[in-house]
Design a binder for this molecule. Structure first.
Ligand code: GAR
Length: 186
């Protein structure tokens, strides 16, 4: 059984899809959900599925390696970031080499980097009149959105699409592909 952890900061709709996808899997178990926000929606989703949660503070995350012990305790061998907005520190990248992926709501290398998250991305795509956008799933290194790309999927942007329309279309792609790609990697 592969034990995976999901790191999320917000609503957790991707985390929910991943949890549901692997719910009855004989090979993959979501063993832990980690959040940097104690009121994140994703924590309720995890608890409803009986998955242990761990809330981490900034100091612990960046100035200690305590999280490694927690991950080891839950025998986590793979990490999926799903709307986790803090930069991953070097000790964590080293502990999970090519065993940690992120999903980004655009076609990297476009519209990535610090500050490019959530609606900021879709507003930038709209402002640039891009004919298409999409999702990128990539391995995580020490820089925002720069690790090797594993998978991309595209969707058109219509001239009348608002940033909210774009966000909805992109999220649909995320929900469809992220669990499948995690399964493939594992
Ligand atoms: C997702 O669209 C994800 O791609 C994005 O945050 C959203 C989280 O939604 N991540 C980033 O922008 C990272 N730079 P969710 O909490 O409903 O899964």
């Amino acid at each position: 059984m592969h034990h995976i952890a999901i790191f999320a900061s917000g609503t957790g709709s991707n985390a929910r899809k991943i949890i549901e996808y692997f719910q009855d899997s004989p090979v993959v178990q979501v063993a832990l959900v980690v959040s940097n926000k104690k009121d994140a929606g994703v924590l309720d989703i995890a608890k409803a599925h009986g998955i242990p949660v761990y809330v981490i503070g900034r100091q612990s995350f960046y100035e200690t390696e305590d999280l490694l012990a927690v991950l080891q305790q839950h025998r986590v061998e793979f990490i999926a970031l799903a709307g986790f907005l803090w930069l991953i520190p070097a000790y964590l990248v080293r502990a999970y080499p090519r065993r940690m992926v992120n999903i980004h709501p655009a076609l990297l290398p476009k519209y990535g980097g610090k500050g490019m998250y959530g609606m900021h991305v879709h507003e930038a795509v709209r402002a640039a009149d891009e004919p298409e956008t999409g999702i990128t799933i990539h391995y995580v290194n020490e820089h925002y959105d720069e690790g090797d790309i594993v998978f991309q999927a595209r969707c058109p942007v219509a001239p009348h699409d608002t940033p909210a329309d774009i966000a909805r279309n992109v999220l649909t792609l995320e929900h469809l592909y992220y669990p499948q790609i995690i399964a493939q990697i594992l």
